[in-house]
Write a protein that binds this ligand. Sequence first.
Ligand code: UDP
Ligand code: MG
Length: 311
Amino acid sequence: MLISVVLPCYNEEKVLTLTYSELSAQMKKITDDYEMIFVDDGSRDNTRALLKQFAEGDSHVRYISFSRNFGKESAMLAGLRYASGDFTVIMDSDLQHPPELIAQMLEYGRQGYDQVIAQRNRDGDKMLGSFFARTYYRLVDRLTDVELTDGIGDFRMLSRKALNALLTMNEYNRFSKGLFSWIGFKEKIIKYQNRSRAAGESKWSFRSLVRYGMDGVLSFNNKPLRFCIFIGTFAIIISLLYVMFLFFGIIFKGIDLPGYFTTIFTICFFGGVQLISLGIVGEYVGRIYYEVKGRPHYLIDETNFKQKDSL
Ligand code: UDP
Ligand code: MG
């Protein structure tokens, strides 16, 4: 039984050697039939050179190196497409996802679970950050059709069946957390203690988190569009009531000119509502635009896999 481990890496030279040795040690304890697929997501440091060096001395090491940075989602997709294991583990390359857990995941995999998901607690996270994260998950959970849980990330093991299902989804805007949840199958959640990165720094800025957050909401349904319809209907009802109020005022009290305040308020408020609605529609149109272009998710510059024609 072959186990594949997929590790996206972007500028991880500081931690990669440690990750490689710890992961190898853990895998050797479990089985000799494993492959480690490192996906170098267009790193600008020594990551690629390190990977080549690992690959020379170890036949378990596979690497795929992108032509530029395509983002973690694309890196994971590449790794998953090339993985040929009966079970495939996805994990970060900064040792925030403890390799010791793989043995336990595999245990559940053998028992027939298709997705074994590692859930971390938030110990040691910055207070503000974890507050935002929790609120976000609660919000997204309500806003989308898929179920998202706090502390659940990309660290998980997929059976061949689950992986094949995942790979049938070819969308350009990938939001893995949602995709994993969307495919379903028999799931098992195991918990682990949160860890900070072994070395190097996080690639997430506040801006990229906000962008990612929007992706999460927008890529899984059209509820924001419904929300526009809802707001619009609400505005029409309110304005009809107000017009009736004014109308009866005119009938009983005659025409009365002042109304500057209400006019300005209405113009500004509905101007804002219209712009927001247009923005939401625009977000979806933009996504459609990208999907329609059908560009590849990534371009491979170098790899020690035999290139598959279609990828
Ligand atoms: N990563 C990647 N491409 C990117 C950004 C990140 O492949 O454009 C990888 C990175 O090397 C790491 C994982 O994604 O293995 C998680 O990134 P990071 O540790 O920066 O995120 P955090 O753990 O802070 O959420
Ligand atoms: Mg990390």
